[in-house]
Design a protein around this ligand. Structure first.
Ligand SMILES: Nc1ncnc2c1ncn2[C@@H]1O[C@H](COP(=O)(O)OP(=O)(O)OP(=O)(O)O)[C@@H](O)[C@H]1O
Ligand SMILES: [Mg+2]
Length: 356
């Protein structure tokens, strides 16, 4: 194999379709479809059944995450058990013949993804609501089967030519916290709930609910939410989206929708009932003054112990004393080693007069 593996320090560099083709006995690989934070996806044909498939390959190890390959196997099996219209079916998994890469083979979705829909297509709110509702259905089914997606983002939401949503990378083995700490780039954290970055917290379905809040804001506005973002109502959307997004994105999981069905019900309510009557003549202007109330620090950093006394002043004092002491010692040493002849200034560079 040529350049297809990764190390703890480097990013994954995917093999060419031809190189991968030579490493897979049961598939013919035709093209590289795309590359994400952890691996790459190819289009191919499963030879025995003569069907189109997508093949995702991942490096066997991710830096410090030595258990990655073992967890991959367990999670590929769990994914294969998920049978739902809105979830990309997984057909097979294994490793390449040289033992360097893991792969899994899945249904090929001919169409587009939500990233493309959000940023390049003109799509009605009704269609967007339909996509969001279908993602909720996929998540409700997976959560009921004990699987949390953990990486809900537009690139993982595929949409086929009939408008059917197919959520990809369901429950796929993710690099654990050890590797997050080792500095490996896992892709954008923009959609991830704050607790995902806290190794002491057990992740549950509410992490996906947070991601759905981010996805909802972005699907409507084409922008990722931040603490500076305007409410969606300020941009002309139904005022009920403000509360829905704020609740889905609550920093504390206890304040979010607790199960995905609650979020789906909130979507349905907005889709099927008229927007509440506007109280003032200019609600959008009022809303424009308000900003999203969301966690600005998504990454939950380990708590820093509170200082007992004011340590900053003490540290500065110690540093200053050290500088003075070192300066004095250097002066004494320099004096002792003083050359007999005065040092001539170097010919190159400007002359800098010495201060008296
Ligand atoms: N089953 C599939 N059928 C067709 N296209 C797919 C399929 N799975 C993924 N893709 C396409 O391949 C691209 C790369 O997918 P990949 O999962 O490697 O990256 P990602 O989703 O951007 O990031 P991540 O590694 O976090 O999932 C996606 O953007 C998607 O358009
Ligand atoms: Mg993906």
């Amino acid at each position: 194999m040529d350049d297809s593996t990764t190390t703890a320090e480097s990013h994954f560099s995917p093999p060419s379709p031809e190189a991968l083709d030579a490493l897979l006995t049961d598939y013919s690989v035709t093209e590289l479809v795309g590359q994400g934070g952890m691996g790459a996806v190819y289009r191919g044909v499963q030879l025995k059944l003569d069907r189109d498939v997508a093949i995702k390959v991942l490096p066997k190890t991710f830096g410090a995450d030595l258990n990655f390959a073992a967890r991959f196997e367990g999670e590929a099996k769990a994914m294969a058990k998920l049978t739902h219209n809105n979830i990309v079916s997984v057909f097979d998994y294994g490793e390449t013949t040289d033992g360097e890469l893991l792969f899994f083979c899945m249904e090929f979705v001919e169409g587009t993804d939500l990233h493309h829909i959000i940023h390049t297509a003109e799509t009605s709110v009704a269609h967007k609501m339909s996509y969001l509702g279908q993602i909720c259905d996929a998540l409700a089914y997976a959560h009921a089967n004990g699987i949390v997606h953990r990486d809900i983002k537009p690139e993982n939401i595929l949409i086929d030519k009939t408008g059917m949503v197919k959520v990809a990378d369901f429950g796929l083995a993710k690099v654990d916290h050890a590797s997050v700490d080792s500095g490996i780039e896992l892709g954008t954290p923009d959609y991830m709930a704050p607790e995902v970055f806290d190794p002491t917290v057990e992740i549950d379905q509410r992490a996906d609910i947070f991601s759905m809040g981010v996805l909802t804001y972005e699907t409507l506005t084409k922008k990722l939410p931040s603490s500076e973002s305007p409410l969606t109502s300020a941009l002309g959307f139904d005022i009920r989206f403000d509360a829905l997004i704020a609740k889905a994105m609550a920093t504390d999981p206890a304040n979010r929708f607790q199960i995905i069905q609650e979020l789906k019900d909130a979507f349905r309510e907005i889709a099927q009932t008229p927007a509440p009557a506007k109280k003032s003549a200019t609600p959008a202007k009022k809303a424009a003054r308000k900003k999203l109330v969301i966690s600005t620090t998504r990454r939950a950093t380990p708590p820093i112990p509170a200082p007992k006394s004011n340590p900053t002043g003490v540290i500065i004092l110690i540093l200053l004393s050290l500088v003075v002491i070192i300066g004095l010692v250097m002066a004494v040493v320099n004096n002792a080693n003083k050359p007999e002849e005065p040092v001539k200034p170097k010919s190159s560079g400007p002359f800098i007069p010495k201060l008296p």
